[in-house]
Design a protein around this ligand. Sequence first.
Ligand code: ZN
Length: 159
Amino acid sequence: MSTILPVAQRSETILTLTAVAVAKSELNSEWLNQLVEAMYATMMQCNGVGIAAPQIYVSKRVVIVASRPNLRYPDAPEMEAIVMVNPEILERSKATVLGEEGCLSVPDERGQVARAEIIKVRYLTLQGEQIETVYNGFPARIVQHEVDHLDGILFIQRI
Ligand code: ZN
């Protein structure tokens, strides 16, 4: 059983901070695995399609992207959950798309946010392997939303 943690809510300071990069010594560690397990359990419990560590009060650069249809996002495409450590958006298409977003930290609001349609992301796996991938559409939107959390930005600031 994984622990389900309380989710930080808008106006809490933790959500406004720039999160700290995960150090090499933390890769493959029990603590990092437990952090990700708690993030995953909390995200699933709240019907989220993504979560960032600051949302569970840990100011570290870790996100999970997990698009799948659910009650909050019935039209979301199905993908395997991806854990990204120290994610960086390397490139963003000039073309943007408007789409509806919500946030586990802003449960009472949804809004149309313009995001780059296509992005190139570099991140580390939990084991420290470096991955570069291109995302487009909804998964690209989730990555941009979650990386914003690592920089202390909520989607409501982009409306
Ligand atoms: Zn969010």
